[in-house]
Design a protein around this ligand. Sequence first.
Ligand code: ADP
Length: 280
Amino acid sequence: MSEECTHDCSSCGQECGDRTEPQSFLAQANPESRVKKVIGVVSGKGGVGKSLVTSLLASAMQKKGYQTAILDADITGPSIPRMFGISYKVIGNENGLIPATAANGTKVMSVNLLLPNETDPVVWRGPIIAGTVKQFWTDVCWGDIDYMFVDMPPGTGDVPLTVFQSLPVDGIVVVTSPQELVGMIVEKAVKMADITHTPVLGLVENMSYFECPDCHAKHRIFGDSHIEELAARHGIEASARLPINPALAAASDRGEIASADTADWLDGLTAFIEAKHGVK
Ligand code: ADP
């Protein structure tokens, strides 16, 4: 050991035999998984459309010819299987659990695919929930996946932290709504990404406006947009706006989100993901 050693490798500049690398909490993926990119979809609070955006992004990338997957980490409020119309239970083999496959080919794992009834509540302690999310990475045979989208629980609690630490997250997409308060809360999500050194790939302002089907005027039901301001403040290059669209809500209720018409709302963001995190 060097005489100058401070016994704290995070701050000590000395090279000595006792030097330890910073501890990695990354969990080993299942041997049957080959996932090229992992993208987290986060929001500051619930109900802003995070699961809907996760489903639309996965479907849009699947349509472009990529194999996509959704890891539903929103354990207490899982809604992905229903949006894709998946109602059967997943089974396992000696290597692990086999994810469900939606009609468009997107693979899905969610706690709802394991519970006897989808209306059964998950009344579990935080560490159990976080452990389940980790198992969706370590114990699920995902196969060959180009882009995996992780539908994170809202906020900056235990489970999002577990995902950031345990999964090799390449970047996150932050979903917000135009309300000021949500903008403030979303800043916390962006700052959490900073703290965990995860790049923010894009911002999605959901329920940004409502377009009148008759006169095509755009009404800002939840107030003015702050997305450009927010993106500029945090140096985020890609942003998208999704309108309030009853057809989207109906498609997700019918389990047909994979074939919902999303016009060109997400084109900029998906092109940015392809450009920054290409897999081909
Ligand atoms: P979160 O995951 O943030 O809790 P969800 O994605 O589950 O939110 O969305 C909450 C509800 O709002 C769902 O019923 C969804 O279909 C609906 N919804 C979300 N975004 C839109 C939108 N842009 N237009 C219409 N309905 C929407």
